[in-house]
Design a protein around this ligand. Sequence first.
Ligand code: COS
Length: 380
Amino acid sequence: MDFKFTEEQLLIQEAARDFAKTELLPGVIERDEKQEFPKAQVKRMGELGFLGMMTSEQYGGSGMDTVSYVLVMEELSKVDASCSVIVSVNNSLVCWGLEKFGNEEQKQKYLIPLAKGEILGAFCLSEPEAGSDATSQKTTAIEDGDHYIINGTKNWITNGASADVYLVITQTHPELKHKGINAFIVEKGMPGFEIGPKEHKLGIRGSDTHSLIFNDVRVPKENRIGEDGFGFKFAMKTLAGGRIGIAAQALGIASGAYELAKAYSKVRKSFGTEICNHQAIAFKLADMHTQIEAARHLVLKAAWEKDQGQNYDLSGAMAKLYASQVAMDTTIEAVQIHGGNGYVKEYHVERLMRDAKITQIYEGTSEIQKIVISRAILEQ
Ligand code: COS
């Protein structure tokens, strides 16, 4: 057992910390308020290699391990969870899925520019009536010669308007249920592909979330990922890794709020002393620190298992379930420690509290994680 990070992991962690402080922090409140997509910041993250961290160098990525990726996710999320979700989706759901399951032509055409950050990706599974119940896909992809014709609607898609390439999960053979599902690479601008209205959200307001509408969109057969009927497995396997990224995001939101609350408690005075000297506050900090450390261990363990080539469905689900709860609890307490100041935007913790909530919902709700965990432990 070795709890030490490698030199390379420490360097990338520091690089992400510096970047978050110097390039994400300025303007983060305004971007949240205006629901402004962080275009310039995403471009910089691409240049720094944050958008294709785990993709091998051969396909334009940084060739790093999952541990490095979660370290970066934590640092970015401490400051700007709207930026980190973009990193998470592009890395875990789009680039990873394409490198693992795409064919060589798909990798050359799409993965290389995605991993380099020259273009951005989106992952489209959720539908108005298929979020948790992911096998109930209503979007159809019907074979027509050398093409498939896609019809339907996707909901709550991260990078909805900003992406260039969309991985779209569809139903081709409804009679086969989940075994009839296919995943396709759809390009922005393909005729019949429309971007719906932007969602007005509680948190991660800088990330742009849209519904997507497909009206007879003709997609060439070579854009199908894997064999006919592989789409559901593709989605499940990809999401299992995505959950590690979101767990790291939740961890970052929690540790960002904790660091702010701790610093504030050392300067804010009440009853003649800094508030950290009141046990009521010190004990909150003790709980926050302990829970964050426990979440960090779960997140790193899941990342490590993935790097070792082990099955990480269970560890990833546990990491997400726990870290997202810690994110919620910690940010609420961070607002409480800040008192009235916690309720106003300048102190950042109210935004982190709003951002935390989504980590219990997307890429599988907490209830879905409990299904995954309970099934896995009962099989053991
Ligand atoms: N890796 C590989 N395959 C998996 C898998 C995984 N992690 N999880 C499930 N599968 C496979 C199963 O093995 C099964 O395939 P076979 O019939 O060939 O054995 C198939 O997928 C269907 O699985 P299952 O019968 O368990 O389906 P359920 O309808 O019970 O759903 C859950 C399983 C709930 C785990 C799944 O629907 C899920 O993860 N839902 C949440 C989706 C989600 O995260 N939505 C958020 C949208 S993305 S922001």
